[in-house]
Design a protein around this ligand. Sequence first.
Ligand code: CAA
Length: 387
Amino acid sequence: MTTAQTQIATDDEEALILAAVRELVAEKVAPRAAEIDATGEFPWDIKELFAQNDLLGIPIPSEYGGLGGTFLTYVKVVEEIAKACASSALIVAVQELGMLPIVIGGSDEQKHRFLPKIASGEHLVAYALTEVSSGSDALGSMRTRAEKRGDAYVLNGQKIWITNGSVADVVCVFAVTDPAAGSRGVTAFVVEKGTPGFSVGNIEKKMGIRGSPTVELVFQDCEIPAANRLGEEGEGFKIAMKVLDKSRPGIAAQALGIAAGALDYATNYAKERVAFGKPIGQHQGVGFMLADMKTEVEAARLMLYQAAQRCDEGSADVTLWAAMAKLKCGDVAMSVTTDAVQVLGGFGYSADYPVERMMRDAKITQIYEGTQQIQRLVISRKLVGRA
Ligand code: CAA
């Protein structure tokens, strides 16, 4: 593995990183996956493993302590981890999601202040956009307020569904600074753990990704220095949207990894399980299912890698491709894991086999970072505009 200071420049370096990640996953992550799901506890050991192997700051520029890697390398790493454990893959993906507002909206001073500790894994970071009434309608229904008082802002409100919110050292929070200004009335801030008035509320009990804490964050007269504002007042919503353009491929990678992991397991099972005198994969009913699953996984992978390359190129159509990749990979994750359960029959429905967990984990990829309906909205607006 290269050091945190090294720029990833070549395909060879990417291949080395991926080979190392595969080894880590096989030796350390896969054996923990069922336990992480069963206990529902954040896997600090896995987070440390990723930190020690420089996996928590892959796309952070090397001048701020990251690997300076490409988005393509980053999504491939998330995919590899998600093949074995979706909760563990989310540690890498949410570190990227959380640091992106700083990369996109932060000043050089803020990048030097926050990014090195995020890249090294000393600090975990979260992204706080969603509220009780503002999920899909992130802008129109945002209620968290930030009022300027002297050289500080005072935050009041709640955020919900915040992945890693209870374990994060820093949280990028979006709040309304001017209720009359619409999309130009939202501002982004970095809130540091331990700031008076900032606390963790309800912790969700979830169907899947159980090793990844999803929490409510409460801001009650929470005073933060103006030096923690990202960008100018009113730039927050655009920062939030630009972040999602680059983070949705990370969730697409998680989805693809879950699907690929389920396909591998179902394929091996179909080669070994015998019914009516031959392996079940040799029966057309099962063989054709596997053929469709494989085709969908490979189609999703092509789309995801295209989206990631467009992120790397700074392409103008990154919003479109990020949404299409998330849509395709999320739907493939759900259909392939459901079919994997079917291939295993009764065993697939048992928690003793991993495809049951994979099917539960897949569902969230159709919901978070914008539901599949929101991805379709984004895509269709790019095609035909809006009224
Ligand atoms: N890049 C830059 N600017 C953008 C943009 C983009 N991709 N998308 C929108 N904007 C700008 C628009 O140009 C517009 O600017 P002006 O007002 O200056 O013209 C402004 O932002 C408002 O845009 P819209 O009018 O399109 O806003 P809207 O209210 O119609 O909503 C939306 C747009 C796409 C539906 C958006 O609200 C959205 O993406 N919703 C889903 C939210 C979401 O994905 N939440 C996920 C939370 S994070 C999470 O889930 C993480 C996790 O747990 C792991």
